[in-house]
Design a binder for this molecule. Structure first.
Ligand code: NI
Length: 185
């Protein structure tokens, strides 16, 4: 089943690696990612590894920034059966429209979810895995995910939309958790 998913992207037979996902408040998550100049095999390998990592987590979206790679790459799979992988290289939001609220979580902020206000509709341009440009109009969950993931590429997290109080509480809990994990290791 996993192989079928990747085969849609042309990764059949590729040996994939699971990457380490950085957790808030790791300062690497604050870096601004650089545009991908050429969509080559190294990019495609990274994307395959990102899918392996995201599906295993499990999550519905992942930005390269979260696996400590400062490149403008976002992946997503919003389907129930995890068989509709989507890749956005150098994604740019061209238009935003309306406003909506949705509860968001993040693989870099494990164990927390909060309501975030964002644009309801977005139009996005990006490159696919062949380096071909495409445009997409999104609303609902896809629009929210695109904004959330593109934020990551600019060093921004969903906790930045929360009150200082809420954000600090999340930060302290995750810092404590990281200390406990470091001690156990
Ligand atoms: Ni996230």
């Amino acid at each position: 089943m996993i192989k079928y998913q990747y085969s849609k992207l042309g990764f059949y037979g590729v040996v994939m690696a699971r990457l380490n996902i950085l957790h808030y408040p790791n300062s690497q998550l604050r870096k601004s990612a650089l545009p991908v100049e050429t969509v080559d095999d190294s990019v495609r390998t990274l994307v395959a590894d990102m899918f392996e990592t995201m599906y295993a987590a499990p999550g519905i979206g992942l930005a390269a920034t979260q696996v400590n790679v400062q490149k403008r790459i976002v992946i997503m799979d919003l389907s129930e059966h995890k068989n509709q992988p989507q890749v956005f290289v150098n994604p740019t939001i061209l238009e935003r429209e309306g406003e909506g609220e949705m509860e968001e979580g993040c693989l870099s902020v494990p164990g927390f979810s909060e309501t975030v206000r964002r644009a309801e509709r977005v139009r996005v341009s990006a490159l696919d895995l062949n380096g071909e440009p495409f445009e997409l109009e999104a609303h609902g969950l896809l629009a929210v995910c695109l904004q959330h993931e593109i934020d990551h590429l600019d060093g921004k997290l969903f906790v930045d939309y929360l009150s200082t109080l809420k954000r600090d509480r999340i930060r302290k809990k995750l810092e404590k958790q990281a200390r406990l994990e470091a001690r156990a290791a």
